[in-house]
Design a protein around this ligand. Structure first.
Ligand SMILES: [Zn+2]
Length: 67
């Protein structure tokens, strides 16, 4: 069983799982990893509601513009 160059497969599987959960799931392009948890095809910036929050009172953590 060859598992070389499986990064793309893993990315596709992760994207499929995120979309199945109702998330945009766009990958944060730089810095610590994050995934957009807004609905697919949303307007405006991508936002990760779970990762990157600086305190428990923050509603949104990482936020980055759509390309
Ligand atoms: Zn998004």
């Amino acid at each position: 069983m060859t598992r070389q160059q499986n990064t793309t497969d893993d990315e596709q599987a992760s994207l499929a799982a995120g979309r199945a959960a109702g998330y945009c799931w766009a990958q944060r392009p730089e810095g610590p990893p994050g995934r957009c948890t807004r609905r697919p095809d949303h307007d405006g910036d991508h936002m990760d509601h779970y990762a990157g929050r600086r305190s428990v009172t923050d509603v949104v953590g990482y936020r980055w513009p759509q390309r």
